[in-house]
Design a protein around this ligand. Structure first.
Ligand SMILES: C[S@@+](CC[C@H](N)C(=O)[O-])C[C@H]1O[C@@H](n2cnc3c(N)ncnc32)[C@H](O)[C@@H]1O
Length: 272
């Protein structure tokens, strides 16, 4: 198999990766045939996957705008993925040129590509670390060198917690991160769910099977289970809702949004 120049040495390019599949859904070019094959298979069951991803990115940008409008100038984006149009630092630094953004991902391709994109960009860094080990993130010198945890931080866990299985204690990891944040910090989150998907659970389950096959299980959680991640935070209006319903730029009309965009949950919480 041909290895493109941008692919870091040492990664197994015969195994699909979640971040490269996501890049493919969003129309990016940092993916291999194995990724595209798995993504196409997932889309056979859930043809609206790209719409879900677009709604997710649009929510993320609105939430970052909200954070900067609240005076937050520090961002910790865990599970940041392969950079694509409208990254957190672009949105945040347009609103506030002094905004600081630390990205974290455990996928070497996402890390390598982020390094390339961030070259020459001030106040934005990428660290290779795992959400399942919050202390590695909180003690990473790249991150502590940029962010001041004594001041509010917007923590983004966008489309990542549904890749952390219960056995890996996602609630404990989120609580550990919350403990490290100053009052006034925000948690910005989206999470996949069977709720809101315009398909039966059996149909949508085909997509979940694809992710299980590639050893990156996609954990669909209920509204109550997703709400639990916000323990210790006060929900910002309008609470936990579908992605297009979170503070839309224009009124949400069924005719404007693809029905798939309403899959899963989005929310922002503020630490008191
Ligand atoms: C669907 S992408 C989301 C990218 C971005 N947050 C967004 O919403 O556009 C999920 C990303 O989370 C990363 N990821 C999955 N599990 C992770 C973990 N345990 N620690 C760090 N990153 C993880 C994947 O490598 C991938 O880049």
């Amino acid at each position: 198999m041909e290895r493109p120049a941008w692919a870091p040495q040492g990664i197994d390019i015969s195994v699909p990766s979640v971040s490269r599949m996501y890049d493919f859904y969003l129309g990016g070019s940092h993916n291999f045939e194995v990724d595209r094959e798995a993504a196409r298979k997932a889309m056979e069951f859930m043809p609206g996957l790209p719409k879900i991803m677009q709604a997710n990115r649009a929510f993320m940008r609105r939430a970052v705008h909200y954070a900067t409008a609240q005076g937050i100038s520090q961002f910790l984006d865990i599970g940041s993925g392969i950079p694509t149009f409208g990254n957190v630092h672009e949105v945040a630094q347009t609103a506030d040129p002094a905004a600081k953004v630390a990205y974290v991902d455990h996928d070497p391709v996402a890390v390598a590509h982020s390094q390339a994109v961030l070259e020459g960009v001030g106040n934005a860094v990428i660290a290779a670390a795992d959400l399942r080990h919050p202390q590695d993130i909180l003690k990473d010198p790249v991150i502590t060198g940029l962010l001041d945890f004594d001041r509010p931080v917007a923590l983004l866990l966008v489309a990542v917690l549904h890749f952390v299985e219960d056995a890996d204690e996602p609630y404990a990891a989120v609580a550990e991160l919350r403990e490290a944040l100053a009052p006034g910090s925000l948690l910005i989150m989206t999470h996949a769910s069977y709720e809101g998907i315009p398909l039966s659970q059996e149909q949508a389950g085909g997509t979940v099977d694809v992710y299980r096959t590639i050893r990156n299980p996609l954990i669909m959680r209920s509204r109550a289970e997703v709400s639990r991640f916000f323990e210790g935070y006060e929900m910002v209006d309008p609470g936990l809702v579908s992605m297009p319903e979170w503070r839309p730029d224009a009124p949400v009309g069924e005719d404007q949004e693809d029905p798939f965009a309403f899959s899963g949950f989005a929310g922002v919480g503020r630490k008191a």
